[in-house]
Design a protein around this ligand. Structure first.
Ligand code: C2E
Ligand code: MG
Ligand code: MG
Ligand code: MG
Length: 289
């Protein structure tokens, strides 16, 4: 199998590692099957405009309801899919499904965009542009309504050489944002090398925004820098009215987090959309701005 087998670690961990490796192997096999048999699900979380509070986009987030282990978090299996060469297919599957569901939403009069996560590993996969085109064509979703959120993980090394496939995707009219901005060791390198439209500030900068002067300085600086580069900014992990007020003061373009809604299956999201009113979630004395 594909995972490192712990040769470098000391003897006393070898049993534990064998157990973990076995679990990874099991999940790897099950994931293969889950992808092939359409057992994965896509949830959607709204992204609202900082100025008006209107819903501008959704983020598609994969979910894996496992027959034995229950709902498995993407944090557990996305990395595994990356290690085992399945991430291209996984992300393509989510993109297809998300594009189709959002296209259906358009038919019901809700013209909103959708962001799908795209592992930075896929940037060096020559099939990526074709997969994006296929998702657009088979769903009928116009390219301008799709964003790829590029997510990296620390082990990836230099994926920047492969930026040309991203250029092809941009030429289709698809947008690109950098996810978890501020945490990846090469965030700034991505900014210089990739054709990017937006940054998503990682939620670790937002969590204590209301009590941390330093985090306020950081988000303010990231937003100001992004705007100088003509990029839009999304804040992730917005959990309180205080967060909303501070980020609005800093002219943050878009807000996403549990304060507005958790990620929901499309049927529940439609219900949520029909009840949603910006006036309920923005600070009362700021609404006119
Ligand atoms: P992400 O792309 O940064 O997505 C945002 C994550 O933050 C989601 O976790 C979401 O549920 C969570 N979140 C949203 N608002 C809040 C909040 O207010 N507070 C807190 N504490 N959390 C919030 P989720 O769905 O578990 O996904 C985790 C990560 O897994 C994603 O982070 C993304 O990196 C990855 N991922 C998810 N779906 C996919 C996919 O289809 N493909 C790839 N390659 N990665 C994916
Ligand atoms: Mg994301
Ligand atoms: Mg993120
Ligand atoms: Mg994140």
């Amino acid at each position: 199998w594909c995972k490192k087998n712990g040769r470098n670690r000391s003897q006393r961990f070898s049993l534990e590692l064998a157990g973990e490796a076995q679990m990874d192997l099991r999940l790897e096999q099950d994931l293969r099957q889950a992808i092939d048999q359409n057992e994965l699900q896509v949830y959607f979380q709204p992204i609202v405009r900082g100025d008006s509070g209107e819903v501008e986009a959704l983020e598609a987030l994969v979910r894996w309801p496992h027959a034995v282990f229950g709902m498995i978090n993407p944090e557990r299996f996305v990395g595994l899919a990356e290690q085992c060469g399945m991430i291209g297919e996984l992300d393509a599957w989510v993109m297809q499904r998300a594009a189709r569901e959002v296209r259906e939403l358009h038919e019901h009069g809700r013209k909103i965009r959708v962001g799908v996560n795209c592992s930075a590993l896929n940037l060096s996969d020559p099939e990526l542009p074709m997969r994006v085109e296929l998702a657009l064509r088979s769903s009928g979703l116009p390219a301008t309504y799709l964003t790829l959120e590029i997510t990296e993980n620390a082990l990836m090394g230099n994926v920047l050489q492969a930026a040309e496939s991203l250029q092809k995707i941009r030429e289709l009219g698809v947008k690109v944002s950098i996810d978890d901005f501020g945490t990846g060791y090469s965030s700034l390198a991505y900014l210089r090398k990739l054709p990017v439209n937006a940054l998503k500030i990682d939620r670790s900068f937002i969590r204590e925004l209301d009590i941390s002067r330093q985090d306020q300085e950081l988000t303010g600086a990231i937003i100001a820098m992004a705007h100088k580069l003509q990029l839009r900014v999304v804040a992730e992990g917005v959990e309180s009215l205080k967060h909303v007020a501070l980020l609005r003061e800093q002219q943050c373009d878009l807000l996403q987090g549990f304060w507005f809604s958790r990620p929901l299956p499309m049927s529940e999201l439609r219900e949520w959309l029909s009840l949603y009113r910006p006036v309920d979630v923005l600070p009362p004395n700021q609404q006119a701005s």
